[in-house]
Structure formats: C-alpha cells, structure tokens
Design a binder for this molecule. Sequence first.
Ligand SMILES: Nc1nc2c(ncn2[C@@H]2O[C@H](COP(=O)(O)OP(=O)(O)OP(=O)(O)O)[C@@H](O)[C@H]2O)c(=O)[nH]1
Ligand SMILES: [Mg+2]
Length: 592
Amino acid sequence: MSTAHLFRPFGRFTCRRRITLSLPRTGTSRSYSSITESVEDSISTNAESDQDVLRKKRRTEWKRRQHGQTFLDHIIVHVRGGKGGDGCVAFHREKFKPYGPPSGGNGGRGADVYIMATPHLTTLSSVSPRIRGQAGGSGQGTWQNGRNAPPIIIRVPVGTIVRELERDDQRRSKDEYEAEEEALEGLEPEERKKQLRERRWVHYPTYADENFERSFFKEAERSLYREERERRYWRRQKAKTPIHLDLDKSDEPDNDVDLNAPLGHRRPDTMGHLIAAGGHGGVGNPHYLTTENRSPKFATRGWDGERISLSLELKLLADIGLVGLPNAGKSTLLRALTGGRAKTEVAGYAFTTLNPVVAVIRVADDGSFEGSDGAVYDETWAEAQHEKELMESGALADALTRNQAKAAAVDLAYNPLESFRFTVADNPGLIEEASSNIGLGHSFLRAIERSHALVYVIDLSSPAPWDELRVLRDEIEKYKPGLSPKARMVLANKADLLGGASEDGQEDPQAVREAREKLRKLEEFVEREMKAQLQDSSGNVIGERSLDVVPISAKYSMNLRKVIGLMRQYVEEAREGVDPFPKSVALHDVSK
Ligand SMILES: Nc1nc2c(ncn2[C@@H]2O[C@H](COP(=O)(O)OP(=O)(O)OP(=O)(O)O)[C@@H](O)[C@H]2O)c(=O)[nH]1
Ligand SMILES: [Mg+2]
C-alpha cells in the first residue's frame, strides 16, 4: 500500500503484504485485489445515486425496527403502589350472645414498589412499562386482618439513572389524586359527594343511608377528610423533590437470600430503593367503637398506592468510548477491532449509527486480536451484496455452514489464549451544535459517560482534521464539563486515502510529503491545544497529559495493533485500584 510512510514509525507490519477479505459467515477468503474491482464498481456506481443512499437508509431503519427492541437504554415506566385492602364491617356472633361486639378486621397494606440495581442485567428491555403493585387483602370477620401484599422489586442493570418525571412533563401519568379528580369530573355536587363516599366507606348491608344521617358517621367522616388533607399535603411536598437515583453500584444482597420468599421468611436488609409506597389498609368497624356508639356499622376502604412516572436511562459501561464526527469511520473501526463480530452498520452517509453499540475486544498474549488478520472492512451493504453475488454464482455451495465450521473446529475462528478483554462503545456521530439538539443531539453520549477513556476518531483525509478535533472536544465539554480530559488518543483514520496511491500501488512522492506534513501538523495541534489537565480528588491541577496520535486505516485494518496496545494500557491504568465488585448501596440523591 502506498501509505506505508505514515504507519512506519508506529506499527510492526509491512504495508505491502497481501490483504485478504475474509467473509466471517463462510470463512471463504480470496485475494483482495481480485475482489476490489467488483466492490469498487458497486461502490462507485451506487454511492453516487441518491436513490441508493436512500435505499441504504431505509434498510438501516428497517433493521433498527426489526432488532430495535432487543436492547433498550431508555424507558418510561408508570408505577403504582398497591391499593390497601378494605376494612370490614362485622359483628361477632356466638351462641347465647345475640349482640356481639364489632369484629371487622383491618385491610392489608398494598404492595410497595422498589427499584434495585443488579449486575445480572445489561438492558432495560425486561422492565415492563406499567408496573402495578398487588392490592392488600381485605379484612374479614372475627377480627381477621387482611394480608399485606408482597413488595415488587424492579430490577434494572447497574448504571441506570432513575428520574421521576416532573409535574409539567407531558409523558407523566396522573398521580392518585389527579386520577380521582378525573374520575369525578363533570358530576353534579350531589352525585360527586355520593361517589366520594362510595370510594371511602364500607357499610353494613342496607345501613348506608342510615349511617349518613348519624352524627357518629359525620364526625368520622370529618376526621377522615382531615387526615386525607394532611396526607395530600405531604404527598405534594414529596413531589417537590422528585426522585433522582444514580444506581452506579449493585444493590443485590451478598448472600443467597431469596428476595421473593413469602412473607414471614427471612428477608435481606435491602430490597433496593423504595419508589412508590403501597396504600394503607382501611380500618375495620371496631375502630369506630365509642362509648356512645356501641355498634358502628361502617369501616373505611383502603388507600390508593402512590402513582409515579419514572424515566429509566441506562448508561452503558464501556471501557473505551469512540467519539467522532459522522462518517469518520468509528463503526468500521469497531468492526475491524472485533474481526467483524460487532454488528454495527457501516455506510457512506452521515448518521448511519443511531444507537450506541458496545463490543468486547479480546486480546491474546502476543498482542493479536480478532481483527489482526488484515481483513478489509468495507461498507456493510457492499459486503452483503458481494456475499449475495457469491451465493448466486454458487461459489458458496460447498462452504461449511457456521455450525459445521464450529464443529469441525477449523481454524476459522479466532481462538488463541485470551489474556485481556475490554469493551469499546461505538457511538452515533457528534456534530457541532449537537448541544442545541442539532443532528442526533447529545443524548447518546451518556453511553460513554462512564467510560474509562475516550478516543477521538477523525478523518485524516479531510482538509483540516484539527478543526474536527476542536469541535469534538468542545461538544464533549459542553455535554458534561470535566469529561474531555478523559480523552487519551486521537485516531487519524482513513490514512490509506493519503499518499496518492495509484492503480499499480506506486507512491507519489509529493503526496507522501504532503501526507507527512499533515500528520505532523495534526500532532502539533494536539500537543499545543488538546493537553488534558490532570486533577487530584480535591480539584487541584497536578499536571498535564498529552494525547497519543495514531494514524490508522480502519477499513484495511492497518496499525490497529498499536491502537489495541494503547487502549489496553489506558484500561489497565484506569482499572487499577478500582474495586471490580462494588457492593455498597447506591446514593439516593433527592436534591436533584
Ligand atoms: N478509505 C477508507 N474509508 C474508510 C475508512 N474507515 C471508514 N471508511 C469509510 O467511511 C465511511 C463511513 O464509515 P462508518 O464506519 O460508517 O463511519 P461512522 O463514523 O461510523 O459514521 P456514523 O455512524 O454516521 O457516525 C464508509 O464508507 C467507510 O467504508 C478507512 O480507513 N479508509
Ligand atoms: Mg457509525
């Protein structure tokens, strides 16, 4: 290849070696030169026409619709605590005791709803969008109280941010009081009063009208409404400080206690964080027994549980996050680093990647990795097209299927002794003014917020790659101040396009000089303007760190060993001293 001059100081490989295109599904490979014409033909004829770009876009969208539900990183959940059970109106009956005392039991408590971070989950897709706590059991005669409903635990992956939706948020569902108001809306005052009473009181059969006339009942009703006003006041106070939890640590208990064990069995200390309390049970008629009223014929119904709407947002945990403008080649790089295993779409238009994709990189003892065989990673569409052509021409008729290949344990699979693994997140492209919600906005950057290190991917073939870097740094800093010093490396991608490669592989000395000059300028810029300030825990600046600049070609898998080596070093440094199995209870930050 004509770009050897750029990589020479960085990598060990020889750039003139034969590059082969391996097709991961079949294992067939053939010389790169023999397939380039067909691939290039298809690119040149297809890339130009708008219709084809549109077709590719439609295909990506179709794929997203097909597979989009398997991974969820944001969901709105409407939660209801269980309703309390109703109190009971009953009188004790016994032989020779015609007028026994009131004996109605109290209702049981409705289910509380908890949220718990667990390391066993990786996506929010198992969380149901509507969660309803079970109602408490109703009280019964002979002083039998109703059963308390078992609590519900919503399990979410570690790294989930839980936010209660604000009162003015359109997506919020009604709380318990608003729901009642809505049900009574438009009713005549008399009818409204009747319904309100119906929702609060249980009467001894046929005694309802008589109860309403009695002063005991009126007194009880006044005191109930007083209590309710108080409750409503506290509920409003509570809503002023919405729930905001950053579940960064596992809440799972240490031992093997069964969280779903029936009541009465030993329970762990923590069930996570209480987010919606169940309603209290109503009280039975003995509660209203006084010296004046010896046979109260009414009891109260259970209270509604709390209703809240939560937004759950998952911050992915990738060790390294790739950040770059659209079309810089981030997805191509991720595919190259994983030997094509990372299923992330690659195409020549902006915003191909719409969701973050996290892939695991496995590194062997000798520094090799799955993509280190020098394969070519073209646009996914072009590869699929090529594979289709091979299929149609019958070239794959005798090829082993994936399962056969596995069974035969042929050396198609990358299977060396793995010595280190880490995760890398590919992100949608970031553009200038993303903070003003231009392009895809910033929302996806949460995926890399918890990364140990960030890596900028820029297009070296663009006229001024340093401008790209400036935009990226500023946007990241705008998104979260203090995030940009996490950047450790600048990958100058598409280096293969520089150097004036001609058909016969000859280098153009003038173009080579220009390419070298451009790289040098980029390095100078990084050294001058991109230095990261290192701070100690109390915020004092303790030094500066320069970023590594590595020219690569993601498409032709060039210089990637060097990249892997550096990434490994960053991850090792960051993991040092970090407890791999943090266990403490997550913060409950209600300050917002
Ligand atoms: N010549 C050359 N082309 C490359 C290289 N890396 C990526 N490309 C091409 O650049 C285009 C964009 O690549 P992607 O990997 O989809 O870029 P991206 O940064 O993921 O883009 P978005 O997902 O839109 O943000 C595709 O046509 C790739 O084939 C490279 O090293 N050399
Ligand atoms: Mg992409």
